[in-house]
Design a protein around this ligand. Structure first.
Ligand code: FCB
Length: 449
């Protein structure tokens, strides 16, 4: 495969698909009854057993890239002890990618921690940096020669918000100051891992050896809008959230000023001055799903009061098309996210974009309309090199359990059988029609739509 080919992908995360992540903080969190309907991730999709079949499914759609995570809690279930069985499994998964010419993008941290690390205080404590980097360097030592694309952290800000404000991730403390503290620690861990990967002198091996090494993060972006366009406070808050939520991390990894603080709610931690002017990303990974209406003095708690401020956030108007998560379908927001990402002058990967749609009513159109925004952004000078649909399979959707169905392939959780949804075949046709092109093309998309 030529390196210049657009990467047509799908993404997953270990905890959501593999099953049996027993030594993780989430496993315990689930047992404590924190998931909707009391769900437990259990065997999840049993990807651990069925990964060969799953990669064949990916191949059958014509995917040439697969983004997945290597689970720290499986690799180091007990502090200081590497689990050889887990390394062997990830080795087989990589071999399968190599055999099928599916370029792996590896996420090193996707929301979960080994329980022992969570017990020490997770990323809210400085020592997490050393522990994470030790884990990352062992993965790099073993697999570094074979992997071109790395995503150190998935949605670090969502992780910090879920853990220290929103209550939807362990340890669900309500202590906003820790959002800044943990962000700073994660930034340091990210930057050290970036340097580790780039300082490595060993020759790259395998079918992707000629691909340039690219390291970044997957960053969740949202379109913040005032609930009432005329409302001055809502306009100001939407702007502040845009800066904080969409830009702060991108500034930090591109060497600009770090500002993880927010409006008297989150105290900005001390900056890592060594990173000023020092870029620690080769690309920008954009995870995009929806928009957020910001309302000052929300009418009822259904609007999600998120802080001690009288501030509500909602993700769709009642009357507009939305996913099973209640997230509005809003391709125009992807356009804005890509414009923002492009302003950093780095290549971009859309590392996640997808919809929970059990009936598969909107997914086909969703994929088309978001790819169309990608094609337009490229025409306007952005450099978008890949698209990863979230997700390859229906999977364990964190605090929502198995209810939301994001998959290109439907999973029967009883039998673990997979079935292609009609939208998956539409995605396959889009990929086929783009053979020989470098990126999604508006005319091709429009002719198939
Ligand atoms: C993202 C997460 C991913 C998945 C999707 C729906 O925020 O990175 O694991 O849960 O949302």
């Amino acid at each position: 495969m030529e390196r210049r080919n657009f990467l047509w992908g799908a993404a997953t995360a270990a905890h959501q698909v593999e099953g049996d992540n027993q030594h993780s903080d989430w496993w315990r969190w689930e047992k404590e009854g924190n998931i909707e309907g009391g769900a437990l991730s259990g065997k999840a999709c049993d990807h651990w057993r069925l990964f060969r079949e799953d990669l064949q499914l990916a191949k059958s759609l014509g995917l040439n890239s697969y983004r997945f995570s290597i689970e720290w809690a499986k690799i180091e279930p007990v502090q200081g002890e590497w689990n050889e069985e887990a390394f062997a499994w990830y080795d087989s998964l990589l071999q399968e990618c190599e055999k099928l010419e599916i370029v792996p993008m590896i996420t090193l941290h996707h929301f979960t921690l080994p329980a022992w690390m969570a017990d020490k205080g997770g990323f809210a404590v400085k020592e997490s940096i050393t522990h994470f980097v030790r884990f990352a360097s062992e993965v790099i030592r073993r697999f570094g020669d074979r992997i071109p694309l790395w995503c150190t952290f998935n949605e670090p800000l969502v992780l910090c918000l879920g853990a220290y404000l929103g209550g939807f991730m362990p340890p669900a403390k309500n202590n906003p100051e820790l959002i800044g503290v943990a962000s700073r620690n994660i930034l340091d861990a990210h930057a050290l891992t970036y340097d580790l990967l780039h300082r490595r002198r060993k020759k790259r091996l395998g079918p992707f050896a000629h691909f340039p090494l690219e390291v970044g993060i997957a960053h969740n972006m949202m379109d913040f809008l005032p609930d009432r366009v005329w409302h001055p406070i809502e306009q100001i808050v939407a702007g502040a959230l845009d800066r904080f939520y969409n830009r702060a991390w991108l500034d930090a990894i591109t060497g600009a000023k770090q500002n993880f603080g927010l409006l008297g709610l989150i105290k900005a931690p001390e900056q890592n001055k060594m990173l000023h002017g020092h870029r620690t990303a080769d690309y920008i990974g954009v995870n995009f799903y929806t928009k957020a209406f910001v309302r000052w003095k929300p009418r009822d708690s259904g609007e999600g009061v998120i802080t001690q401020l009288p501030l509500g956030v909602s993700f769709a108007r009642k009357e507009e098309p939305q996913s099973d998560m209640g997230w509005a379908i809003h391709p125009d927001g992807l356009r804005k996210a890509l414009e923002c990402a492009a302003s950093y002058n780095l290549p971009i990967y859309v590392t996640e974009n997808g919809i929970a749609d059990r009936a598969d009513r909107y997914r086909r159109g969703y994929i088309f309309d978001h790819l169309l925004e990608i094609s337009k952004a490229n025409e306007n000078g952005a450099n978008i090199r890949g698209f990863y649909y979230w997700s390859l399979l229906d999977n364990f959707e964190w605090s929502k359990g198995f209810g939301p169905r994001f998959g290109l392939f439907e999973v029967d959780y009883e039998t673990k059988e997979r079935k292609a949804r009609a939208s998956a075949l539409a995605y396959r046709d889009i990929i086929r029609a783009h053979e020989g092109t470098a990126a999604p093309q508006a005319d091709i998309l429009k002719s198939l739509r």
